[in-house]
Ligand binder design. Structure first.
Ligand SMILES: [Cu+2]
Length: 118
């Protein structure tokens, strides 16, 4: 392997480790989130403004949703034991609550997290 190829591989490995990949000129921020025991883990997601955020959301015990209101207007439901993957552009800075909006179990109302876009 040439020295240049080694450097490229090294950079790719570092990007993977940080959960970041690059598609074209866009930085893709990969975030793994689970809903389990009526809580999100992690409860706080931090990204940079204009990142393309790719969320892999897994509902471990029962069905849960990953919902953010304005400005992002995202509501994605994962069935029990299922994972879903979706993307959005974090084009507005600020702090935005995310929550589960399913009504099958009252305790879903306790599920709250925060998206921080810097
Ligand atoms: Cu829920």
């Amino acid at each position: 392997m040439t020295r240049r190829a080694l450097i490229v591989v090294g950079i790719a490995a570092a990007a993977l480790w940080a959960g970041v990949s690059v598609r074209g000129r866009t930085q893709v921020r990969e975030v793994v989130v689970s809903g389990d025991g009526f809580a999100f883990s992690p409860g706080r997601i931090e990204v940079q403004k204009d990142d393309l955020v790719q969320i892999k959301f897994t509902a471990k015990d029962i069905a849960h949703s990953f919902t953010i209101d304005v400005p992002y207007r995202i509501s994605k439901r994962a069935g029990a034991g299922q994972s879903i993957v979706f993307e959005f552009r974090a084009d507005e800075a600020g702090r935005f609550p995310f929550y589960c909006n399913l009504t099958q179990d009252e305790r879903c109302k306790q599920m709250k997290g925060e998206l921080v876009v810097r």
